[in-house]
Write a protein that binds this ligand. Structure first.
Ligand code: FE2
Length: 297
């Protein structure tokens, strides 16, 4: 059965590109890569041409998620699967493939209306080794684990779960969490070693994207990011803490687009069996409220 292999890239629409360039490089360590296109720039976190396409626009939200399959035969198998399941899609043109720096891709929407792309053959620029935007002790965790994870909006949890199951991800409810409006039961799904590449089931403020998570190979880089975020007095929604599900030490702070960035280190690998949690191992104390994650962890 064909399955996606990683969350390979994301497109984001940002209203303040200059603030994002500064934030991405100085607070996170990402490489800003500008090819002088008037409406976009890129962010790199490894040797891929890009992992983020930053489109200038008003919405300050996710524009699309790019899910990778192994190659062209798998893309055709994915097309057949979508047809079988009555999911509408279009096939990227040669120009659109070039725009995304991939060999081929499909465009569709998930059940909540979030744009999804399924692609194969990303451009990897080994002649342009990743150059972090600030000094780093290590690198970002990517390789077969994709770029990180996204927590996205869902209007129908069962429909979202079935959709991402169809794409080849697996997972389950992993928390029962207290919120000011009662208990929520978010779902976490994986398709490779990363414990989860996507999650949903947290109430949305109207945006498709609640937060993204990026992971460092070295604890000291997480500490350095934490120092910069604190020094700049960027709102922190959840303080440093260790998640019970992916075991990562993380904190959540606000991006220039309003949604949250979870920076972390030490995540565990995905497991075939399911379990759920009520609270985290430690930390993740709430701080700034009303910025997307008012949960008791
Ligand atoms: Fe997360």
């Amino acid at each position: 059965m064909v399955a996606v292999t990683e969350l390979g890239y994301v497109g984001l629409t940002v209203s303040d590109p200059d603030a994002w360039k500064k934030y991405a490089s100085e607070c996170i360590g990402l490489e800003v890569y500008d090819e002088n296109e008037p409406d976009r720039f890129y962010l790199r976190m490894d040797n891929w041409h890009h992992r983020f396409v930053m489109h200038t626009g008003a919405s300050d939200d996710l524009a699309y998620m790019g899910w990778r399959v192994a190659g062209e035969p798998e893309l055709h198998e994915m097309e057949a699967l979508l047809r079988e399941n009555g999911v509408e899609y279009s096939v990227g043109t040669i120009e659109e493939n070039e725009e995304r720096r991939v060999l081929g891709h499909l465009k569709l929407n998930d059940p909540a209306g979030t744009p999804i792309e399924i692609f194969y053959g990303p451009r990897v620029d080994l002649h342009l080794p990743f150059h972090p935007g600030r000094r780093m002790h290590g690198r970002f965790v990517t390789n077969n684990a994709g770029l990180g994870h996204c927590l996205i909006a869902s209007t129908d949890l069962a429909a979202s779960y079935e959709f991402y199951r169809m794409l080849g991800l697996s997972g389950s409810i992993e928390y029962h969490l207290g919120t000011p409006n009662g208990v929520i039961k978010p779902i976490f799904m994986h398709c490779n070693d990363r414990q989860h590449s996507i999650a949903f089931g947290v109430p949305s403020d109207g945006k498709m994207l609640n937060h993204m998570m990026l992971e460092y190979t070295h604890l000291d880089d997480l500490g350095a990011s934490h120092d910069v975020v604190r020094k700049r007095e960027i709102p922190v929604a959840l303080q440093l803490g260790k998640h019970a599900n992916d075991k990562a030490l993380t904190f959540y702070s606000q991006t220039p687009s309003g949604w949250l960035m979870e920076l972390g280190w030490g995540g565990c690998k995905s497991e075939p069996q399911q379990s759920y949690h009520h609270l985290d191992v430690f930390g993740h104390g709430p701080e700034a409220t009303g910025v997307g994650l008012d949960v008791e962890l």
